[in-house]
Design a protein around this ligand. Structure first.
Ligand code: ADP
Length: 441
């Protein structure tokens, strides 16, 4: 467009320059001729009689100058025409006079000790000549403007048409449609945007599938405890003795507890899926999070006579989401307390290793069979034959939270090669200014 613009403007300026110079040359020549004819009439009044001498037409006479010579007493000595009576202007210079219907522009020249010379011309003639000349000068630019507008309309319209096709395609899509946009149809400049959009669409599609799957699984899992509640309720209605009624009530209460636990695990799971992303993380003190979670489990563990210990050799500050980290620690400790039999042992350790903050929760419970080690992190998966009540969501929540924090999650054997150890390795920030060496047990 720039090349077209510069080219067209150069051509038009060339035309305009040529036209204006021609016009002005013509104007000057014509004025000279008219002046000569008028003055000839003054200087040689008899010359009109000579054959072949150039004459002014009637129209030309009307358009031409009127020249007058006045003496110093204010009497008109000579005039180029008898038809127009211009009064004498005693002030030297340019002035205007209305004579008949037209306004005249008069220039008066004072000749000392001799008189005055006046040259006049109708003002509208001057205006017409100036207007015509200006119009002819402007014509090429008007043509240029029209040509450029048409060119711009065509070029811009043509290059943007794939973009409008693209936006029409997107506008027609349903909210659930996650097909990638056709990249080859898009103009080159827009291709990076289309690529970015496609990758966003792919992520959105994946997230939507996960949500759909999660809702379906959740509904399926909730059905089991709710059906159990319904069964216990029927048994309660049909109970014949107090003993049967108490038994049914106890089971009902357990069923409700299970449903409450499942609902709260579902909530945590859904939150862990939508956990904040790294840029929103704040510095948090892992030691304090773990210590505050311990309080709940110490009481639970003492009920089963389980010895529970927390050892933090160094203070570890990481960047993370405090609420999610609390959920992670709670789930690991809850599992350890639930699956470790009475009189067992649980060790919670926090330490630094290779620019990482390591959290280990170990127990000497039944441990996890080798074949189940990968499956236990799947949603709703429980090792077959697991006695303790649960939803199968805890470890999948832990995995989600660890992933969103960029932390590694490993499972190995527990205390004295018995039981299980869950190890989460968080990245320590580079500018970590944590105070090391503070023992906390
Ligand atoms: P839930 O505990 O609700 O069943 P989880 O996702 O927390 O669900 O755990 C999945 C399975 O992994 C459990 O069913 C259990 O069999 C096994 N598991 C988890 N933690 C331990 C542990 N500390 N010791 C033994 N088994 C465990």
């Amino acid at each position: 467009m720039l090349i077209g613009l510069v080219g067209c403007t150069a051509i038009m300026i060339g035309f305009a320059y040529h036209d204006t110079t021609q016009e002005l040359h013509g104007l000057f020549t014509d004025n000279l001729r008219r002046m000569a004819v008028v003055i000839r009439g003054q200087a040689f009044p008899q010359s009109q009689l000579v054959n072949g001498a150039p004459e002014l037409s009637h129209e030309e006479l009307e358009e031409s100058y009127v020249i007058q010579i006045w003496n110093s007493k204010g009497a008109l000595i000579r005039s180029s025409t008898q038809e127009i009576n211009l009064p004498l202007q005693h002030n030297e210079g340019l002035g205007t006079q209305k004579i008949g219907d037209s306004i005249w522009q008069i220039y008066t020249l004072k000749v000392p000790n001799a008189g005055f010379i006046q040259i006049a011309q109708p003002k509208e003639i001057v205006a017409t000549m100036v207007g015509e000349s200006a119009f002819r000068t402007l014509t090429p630019f008007i043509v240029l403007l029209l040509m450029l507008s048409a060119g711009a309309w065509y070029v811009v319209g043509r290059s943007l048409s794939p973009l409008s096709t693209l936006s029409q395609t997107i506008a027609r899509w349903e909210a659930t449609q996650m097909r990638p946009l056709p990249i080859f149809d898009a103009p080159q400049e827009v291709q990076p945007v289309v690529t970015a959009l496609n990758s966003l669409l792919a992520k959105l599609g994946k997230a939507m599938n996960l949500q759909r799957q999660f809702t379906a699984d959740a509904a399926h899992e909730l059905r089991t405890p709710l059906t159990a509640i319904k069964v216990q309720l029927d048994l309660l209605k049909r109970a014949q003795s107090d003993r049967e009624r108490d038994e049914a009530l106890n089971r009902l209460s357990e069923g409700i507890d299970r449903s409450i636990h499942l609902a709260s695990q579902l909530l945590s799971a859904s939150r862990s899926m939508a956990v904040k992303t790294m840029p929103d993380f704040q510095p948090v003190k892992l030691n304090e999070i773990i210590r505050s979670c311990m309080a709940t489990f110490v009481a639970l563990a003492s009920g089963k006579n389980i010895e529970i210990a927390f050892e933090a050799a160094q203070e570890c500050r990481i960047k993370g989401d405090e609420e999610s980290l609390r959920v992670l620690v709670n789930n690991l400790m809850d599992n350890a307390v639930r699956y470790t039999p009475a009189n067992g042992k649980i060790d919670v350790r926090l330490f630094r290793e290779d620019q990482k903050a390591i959290l280990e929760v170990s127990d000497n419970g039944p441990g996890i069979p080798e074949v189940e080690k990968n499956r236990i992190f799947q949603r709703f998966y429980r090792v077959p034959g697991t006695a303790s009540t649960g939803s199968g969501l805890g470890l999948s929540i832990v995995k989600n939270i660890a992933e969103s924090h960029g932390a590694g999650l490993q499972l190995s054997n527990g205390i004295q090669n018995k039981g299980a150890t869950f190890r989460v390795a968080f990245n320590l920030p580079n500018s970590d200014n944590a105070i090391s060496g503070a023992a906390d047990a």
